[in-house]
Design a protein around this ligand. Structure first.
Ligand SMILES: Cc1cc2nc3c(=O)[nH]c(=O)nc-3n(C[C@H](O)[C@H](O)[C@H](O)COP(=O)(O)O)c2cc1C
Length: 176
C-alpha cells in the first residue's frame, strides 16, 4: 500500500491544520498514513553561520527522509501574517540545504485552513508559486475558510466547499 505523509505547517498543539490534514487523509483509498508533527522535529533557527559551524541538524535529514520514503504528501499550511509559519519555513530552509528539490516530485495534496474567511489563501498562493522550484508536485489543492464554523468530523458543513473538497481528494487519489 502507498504510504502517505500527513502533516501541518504548524507547531500548535491544537492545530486546526493538523486536524484538517488528518481528516482529508482519512478520505483516501487504500493507503497507509504516516502522521507526523513538527514538534517532534525541533530545529534551531536557520542561519548560515550556524550551518557552517555545526552542520545541518539531524532532524532536517530525518524529516527529508520521511518525505522521500512516502508516495504521497498531505500538507495543510497554517498562515501567519500572510505567509508560512516560522516553524514550517525554518524546516524548509534547513531541508533545502540538503536537497533544493526537497519535495522530491512526490504527489501532494496541498491544503490550508484558518479561522477567517480567506482560509489561508495567501500562504497557499505562496506555496503553489514556490514549491514548483523545490521539486513540488502539487496535484490538488483546497483552501478551507472559517474552519470552526465549517468543519465537523462528519464532513464539511457547506455543500459547495464539501464538493470542492471531495473533488480535490478524488484528483489526489487518482494521481497516487
Ligand atoms: C502570529 C499570527 C499571525 C496570523 N496571521 C494570520 C493571517 O495572516 N491570516 C490568517 O488567515 N490567519 C492568521 N492567523 C490566525 C491563524 O490562522 C490561526 O491561529 C490558525 O489556528 C493557525 O493554524 P493552526 O491552528 O494550524 O496553527 C495568525 C495567527 C498568529 C498567531
Amino acid at each position: 500500500m502507498k504510504k502517505i505523509l500527513v502533516f501541518a505547517g504548524s507547531n500548535s498543539l491544537n492545530s486546526i491544520n493538523k486536524k484538517f490534514a488528518v481528516f482529508a487523509a482519512g478520505k483516501l483509498n487504500d493507503v497507509t498514513l504516516e502522521i507526523v508533527d513538527l514538534n517532534n522535529f525541533q530545529l534551531p533557527t536557520f542561519g548560515i553561520d550556524l550551518e557552517l559551524s555545526q552542520g545541518i541538524p539531524d532532524n532536517a535529514m530525518l524529516f527529508l527522509e520521511k518525505i522521500k520514503s512516502s508516495q504521497g504528501i498531505v500538507l495543510s499550511l497554517a498562515e501567519h501574517n500572510g505567509s508560512y509559519t516560522s516553524v514550517f519555513k525554518n524546516l524548509m530552509d534547513w531541508m533545502s540545504r540538503i536537497d533544493g528539490k526537497l519535495w522530491s516530485n512526490i504527489p501532494m495534496l496541498l491544503l490550508a485552513t484558518s479561522p477567517g474567511g480567506r482560509g489561508g489563501s495567501s500562504v497557499m498562493s505562496a506555496a503553489k508559486e514556490r514549491f514548483q522550484y523545490m521539486g513540488g508536485n502539487v496535484v490538488a489543492d483546497f483552501s478551507f475558510p472559517f474552519f470552526e464554523e465549517n468543519f465537523s468530523k462528519l464532513g464539511l458543513k457547506d455543500d459547495v466547499l464539501s464538493s470542492q473538497f471531495q473533488e480535490a481528494i478524488n484528483t489526489f487519489n487518482s494521481k497516487l
